[in-house]
Design a protein around this ligand. Structure first.
Ligand code: HEC
Ligand code: HEC
Length: 255
C-alpha cells in the first residue's frame, strides 16, 4: 500500500476517531499478526440477534467502508474489492467476525473491521443491515460465457444445496450470496478457500472442490457470476445517501 493511498484514507476519514491511528499503524508497516486479537465469539452471536439500526449503519458505512467498497457497495470489477451490496446481513456479520479473528487473510480489512475502528456488536449489526439493504449492480464482472452450460451442471449438482438454486445464499447458516459477484473475486476466494489461505472455509465445500480441474473451476465460477440477483439497481442508479462522495476516487490495486 502506498503512502499516498493511506493519506487518502486519512483525509477522507478525518472525522472518524481511530482511523488516523490505524492508518499510522499501516504506515509503520504493521502486519495482521501484530494487531491485538480482540475477538469474543459471543460478540458475534450477539450481533446476529440484535435489532439493527440501518440509519446508524449508513453513517458507519460512510466512515469506515465507502473508500474501498464504493458508495454503491459494488466494489471494483477486476480487482480484489468485492461487491458487498445485497450480501446477507448474517453473512456480513460472520465475515466481519472472521476478519476480526484473523480467519481471513486480509490485514487492511482486518483493521477496518476491528473494534477500535468499527465498534462492538451493535455497530456490526447496524452496518451489516445497511449493506444488505444496498441494491446490487446489474453489471458485475463476468467470466467465460463458453463454459456456462458445463458450469450450470456442476453448480446444480454440487453447490446449489448450500448456496441456493440461484446463488442467493442462506441466512440461517450464513452461507454467502454469490450470485452477481465479480468473477475475479470469486476466483480468488475459491482458490483461497481451496488452499486454506482463507481459514474460515466450509469443510464440506473444501473437500468437494479439492479435485476440481482448472476448467471445471472456470466453468462453475463463470456460471455463478452470470446468475442474476432478483433485485438489482436500475440502470444509471446512484446511491443518494452519499451524494457528496468523490466518485473519481478509486482504491489502490491489491493482489
Ligand atoms: C481499505 C479497504 C477496505 C475497507 C475500508 C473495507 N473493506 Fe471490506 N474488503 C476489502 C477487501 C480488499 C476485501 C476482500 C478481502 C479478501 O480478499 O479476503 C473485503 C471484503 C469484505 C467482505 C467479504 C466479502 C465477501 O463476499 O467475501 C465484507 C462483508 C466486507 N469487506 C465488508 C466491509 C465493511 C462492512 C466495511 C466497513 C466497516 C469494510 N468492508 C471496509 C477492503 C476494504
Ligand atoms: C456444504 C455447503 C457448501 C457447498 C456444497 C459449497 N459451499 Fe461455497 N461456501 C459455503 C460456506 C458456508 C461459505 C462461507 C464460508 C465462510 O464463512 O467464509 C462458502 C463460501 C463460498 C465462496 C466465497 C464467497 C464470498 O463471498 O466470500 C464461494 C465463491 C463459494 N463458496 C462457491 C462455491 C461453489 C462454486 C460451490 C460448488 C462447487 C460451493 N461453494 C459449494 C458452503 C458451501
Amino acid at each position: 500500500m502506498s503512502k499516498d493511498t493511506i493519506k487518502n484514507f486519512i483525509s477522507l476519514h478525518k472525522k472518524k476517531t481511530g482511523l488516523p491511528f490505524l492508518a499510522g499503524m499501516l504506515l509503520a508497516g504493521l502486519t495482521a499478526s501484530s494487531f491485538a486479537v480482540n475477538t469474543d465469539p459471543d460478540e458475534f452471536e450477539e450481533a446476529i440477534k440484535l435489532k439493527p439500526d440501518a440509519e446508524n449503519g449508513k453513517n458507519l458505512y460512510k466512515a469506515s467502508c465507502i473508500t474501498c467498497h464504493g458508495p454503491e457497495g459494488w466494489g471494483v470489477p477486476g480487482s480484489g474489492y468485492p461487491q458487498i451490496a445485497g450480501q446477507l446481513k448474517n453473512v456480513v456479520i460472520k465475515q466481519l467476525a472472521d476478519f476480526r479473528a484473523g480467519n481471513r487473510d486480509n490485514p487492511i480489512m482486518r483493521a477496518f473491521a476491528s473494534r477500535r475502528s468499527l465498534g462492538g456488536p451493535q455497530e456490526i449489526a447496524d452496518v451489516a443491515a445497511y449493506v444488505e439493504s444496498m441494491p446490487m449492480t446489474p453489471h458485475n464482472e463476468q467470466g467465460f460465457p463458453i463454459h456456462l452450460e458445463e458450469g450450470k451442471a456442476i453448480y446444480d449438482k454440487l453447490c446449489a444445496d448450500c448456496h441456493g438454486k440461484q446463488g442467493e445464499g442462506d441466512p440461517e447458516d450464513h452461507v454467502p450470496r454469490i450470485q452477481g459477484q465479480h468473477y475475479s473475486y470469486l476466483t480468488r476466494q475459491f482458490n483461497w478457500i481451496r488452499n486454506g489461505r482463507r481459514r474460515n472455509g466450509d469443510e464440506k465445500m473444501i473437500k468437494q472442490i479439492k479435485n476440481f480441474t482448472p476448467r471445471e473451476q472456470t466453468a462453475v465460477l463463470s456460471y455463478v457470476a452470470s446468475l442474476k440477483p432478483k433485485k438489482t439497481a436500475p440502470p444509471g442508479w446512484r446511491n443518494h445517501d452519499f451524494d457528496n462522495f468523490d466518485r473519481s476516487w478509486r482504491p489502490m490495486r491489491i493482489r
